[in-house]
Design a protein around this ligand. Structure first.
Ligand code: GTP
Ligand code: MG
Length: 563
């Protein structure tokens, strides 16, 4: 029985929302219905999920412990101060053990924090408050603690799936659809992965709260858009929006504020300072890099306690709304996320995507390609609506204006979307994956651009090799960095994948049947096998297929996140 299911049974309906968070963050396999103002509500909103996650983080701490066996003692110690809701255990890459503890309320957490002490009296480590703590060995005789009233909600909770085990399970699947679903279930970002991402955001928020008014640090990108896999990077955005209360005209007493002198944009200066603060004040932050000349200045850092690679930018709310948009599309149909996972994994395996920035396509535009494909009308209808449709249906409550007056208004409440607008095409995942490759094998990349706003291809406004319209800023191309060669490789690889998948649907074909042939990293063994089956004419170029992309030097050292 899964940990999630067990806790669901133990704690009953109170945990229903929690279960939903887990499922909506990553899978919508269980369609969730909830009574809401007397009517049935099928979809929960992105804002609800985010505010639930943020509130969870405000009630949580992460404590470094000796081992998993410290659970009982830590639980007993903390429950002297506050009611504990849940405890999760995990290890980082250094084999250090941690427990994430969620308390019943923010007040409880404050009681616990008041009981904490500081590392040592030392100028090198000036005291600071942070939700990341460690559990000191008891001094003298150990107290006896009450037995925990709950079990650990997860053990080794962020351990990534063993690839050999995963491939074995994929071999044993019955159908390609099962393989795609399994890949998704085993590799998607789990509940603890999301919690830890919100904890890092909370830590930085706590650090900045005394320096800036109304400051918020939020995760965005794959950490929250439903397309994240275990171990994905953490994109963070810092905002300090002025509320109506803060700008009320009637008030005659106004805060004096510091003027930022100097040529550089003021926020680049603040980001510079933020880099310093991370180095000096954020426990666990390491390898801080300031990339301030990019269009969107970012501070990159590694977070040691959570093993996260983080990118922090300022005021990039369009990134958050983009994540919301992707999340909404993913929540509309159970097949969207597993299909995208399969495509992303295939793209990585054939070297189309690469962890380093450069002239190749990245996961975000690749995801837009999947969404665009799912918008296509077949004889059975389409899977996803167009963005234009969501914009047309937006109400006053959906109005969002991001930085630089960017209009990010679209329907947020998917319960208002008529059922005929989505999931009309009932094809299984296997069919959809094959159709995806076939669709792009025939796509006119030369003259056409991909636009999820329109759901149909539109004329390219320029001769860039790959044109994928930025859904929130339609004059921009999110794949402008992709070179001619990389676009050619993309075209070649989708053709190869279509052929390979079609030829390898039969489970009896051996260890690389179905999805396996697409997601296993290509080796010369694989090359020989492909040539042996006598279809080498379908291979575009052996050199292209087995190019080790990791050796390529990225042209730009940094790709700006937002155009
Ligand atoms: P992975 O990190 O690869 O797992 O995926 P990701 O979706 O998090 O992509 P990435 O970290 O590259 O970017 C984070 C988010 O920034 C994306 O989800 C988008 O919301 C946004 N973003 C990324 N690239 C662009 C771009 O070229 N233009 C715009 N407007 N937004 C972008
Ligand atoms: Mg990311």
């Amino acid at each position: 029985m899964s940990v999630l299911f067990r806790s669901f049974i133990n704690k009953g309906r109170k945990n229903l929302f929690k279960k939903l968070l887990n499922s909506t963050q990553s899978t919508c396999r269980c369609v969730f219905f909830r009574k809401y103002s007397g009517s049935e509500k099928k979809f929960v909103s992105f804002d609800e999920i985010v505010s639930q996650r943020r509130s969870e983080a405000k009630r949580s701490i992460v404590v470094q412990v000796n081992s998993q066996a410290s659970f009982k003692e830590l639980y007993g110690y903390c429950s002297k101060y506050a009611t504990i809701k849940d405890v999760h255990h995990y290890k980082n890459n250094n084999d250090e053990h941690f427990m994430l503890i969620e308390f019943g309320s923010e007040e409880s957490l404050q009681d616990v924090l008041r009981s904490c002490s500081t590392h040592q009296k030392d100028l090198d480590t000036m005291a600071n408050n942070s939700p990341f703590l460690w559990f000191r060995t008891a001094n003298g005789k150990t107290e006896s603690y009450a037995t925990p009233t709950t079990v650990l909600a997860s053990i080794n909770g962020i351990e990534q799936v063993n690839e050999d085990k995963l491939f074995k399970e994929l071999v044993d699947c019955e159908t390609v659809s099962d393989q795609i679903q399994l890949l998704y279930d085993r590799t998607r970002l789990n509940d603890l992965g999301v919690r830890l991402r919100y904890m890092v955001a909370r830590q930085i928020e706590c650090m900045l709260e005394s320096l800036y008014a109304n400051v918020a640090v939020r995760p965005f990108g794959s950490s929250i858009n439903g397309f994240g896999k275990m171990g994905c990077d953490l994109d963070l955005v810092l905002t300090n929006t002025l509320t109506d209360e803060m700008t009320k005209a009637g008030s005659r007493l106004v805060f004096q504020s510091a003027r930022v002198e100097g040529g550089r944009a003021p926020w680049a200066r603040h980001m510079q300072a933020l880099g310093e603060l991370l180095e000096l004040r954020a426990a666990g932050a390491a390898r801080v890099q300031r990339i301030l000349n990019a269009r969107v200045p970012i501070v990159k850092f590694a977070h040691h306690y959570t093993d996260l690679e983080c990118d922090l930018c300022y005021n990039n709310m369009s990134g958050v709304y983009m994540s919301e948009l992707l999340w909404l599309f993913g929540s509309l149909d159970d097949r969207v996320r597993p299909l995208t996972f399969a495509v992303r994994r295939w793209a990585r395996a054939v070297g189309l995507t690469n962890p380093h920035p450069g002239r190749w396509i990245t996961n975000f535009p690749l995801t837009l390609m999947v969404l665009f494909f799912l918008q296509q009308k077949t004889n059975d209808g389409h899977v996803l609506p167009t963005l234009k449709n969501l914009v047309r249906r937006a109400g006053k409550e959906d109005i969002r204006i991001a930085e630089e007056n960017l209009n990010c208004t679209f329907l947020r409440d998917m319960n208002k979307l008529p059922p005929e607008c989505y999931a009309q095409n009932k094809a299984n995942l296997q069919t959809l994956l094959l159709q995806f490759f076939e669709f792009y094998s025939q796509f006119d990349f030369q003259d056409k651009a991909i636009s999820i706003n329109e759901g149909i291809s539109v004329r390219k406004p320029n001769s860039l090799p790959l044109y994928i319209v930025n859904p929130l800023e339609q004059a921009l191309n999110v794949s402008r960095n992709v070179s001619f060669e990389e676009c050619e490789r993309l075209k070649a690889e989708v053709r190869n994948a279509a052929w390979q998948l079609e030829a390898g649907m039969d489970k009896q074909k051996g260890d690389d049947w179905g999805l396996l042939g697409l997601v296993e990293k290509k080796t010369t063994r694989g090359l020989k096998k492909l040539l042996r089956v006598g279809n080498s004419h379908r291979l575009v170029s052996v050199k292209d297929l087995f190019n080790d992309t990791d050796d390529r030097i990225p042209e730009d050292s940094v790709k700006s996140k937002v155009e």
